[in-house]
Design a protein around this ligand. Sequence first.
Ligand code: PMP
Length: 283
Amino acid sequence: AGFSRTWNWIDGQWIEGNPAVIGPRTHAAWLGSSVFDGARAFEGVAPDLDRHCERVNRSAVALGLKPTMPADAIEALARDGIRLFDDDTALYIRPMYWAEQGGYMSVPADPDSTRFCLCIYETPMPEPTGFSVTLSPFRRPTRETMPLDAKAGCLYPNNARAALEARARGFDNAVVCDMLGNVAELATANFFYAKDGVVFTPAPNGTFLNGITRQRTIELLRQAGTEVVETTVRYDDLKKADELFSTGNYSKVVPITRIEDRDLQPGPFYAKARRLYWEFAHA
Ligand code: PMP
């Protein structure tokens, strides 16, 4: 099985496919010094592309790498890259940085060896058919244990094992708590719940990614008159919720239709958030 159609901007040129750019001596392949971001292009728009390009540079700094591309230059490249594909093909846009070499004692990356690639590939937007969640036995690390202000590849094996463990029990995704046992996020996205006419979502406390789609959704709902409360969330709150939905760059706003053995319907707050997001994206 190959990869879907892909274009990469690397070392000043566009290369199609999956060029071999990492070797056995590459620090990132050895010790995990890579960061990335993920944006989307679909239906002729690329919402919040600027924010995703800014975040990848912040992630690089947080991981001790040296961003070599201004965010607006990444954004301009992405807009060029989108044009290499057929109109209206849904795309995943992934800028990334990694370290080629290690510094002192090899463990820290040498920031002067930072490399950049903008990888763009065809990825359909999933239908918002709804998905199921269960409580993960795994937890988010703390700021003291991992560099959580970076969107770094080295953080994702923990997310992957939460997703795999949930799947092994017949669920689509996992609800992951922080070290205090408060709900943090899903394995791959942020989430919201609604109860008695109010929308709730975990308050960012440094243990999970404060997603760009999450922040945008909060802003859009509040502008439209919905009360959104960022607070401490316990798993019991989710089990008693009127509705649940997730946000993330990959599939934007999607309803959660089962939590453990309880079925839920996509609700009015989910529908409002998704509609507002699409209106914003096309504005
Ligand atoms: N949490 C995790 C762990 C993620 O990987 C993502 C996807 N980037 C999100 C949340 C959602 O963040 P965003 O809306 O910025 O894509």
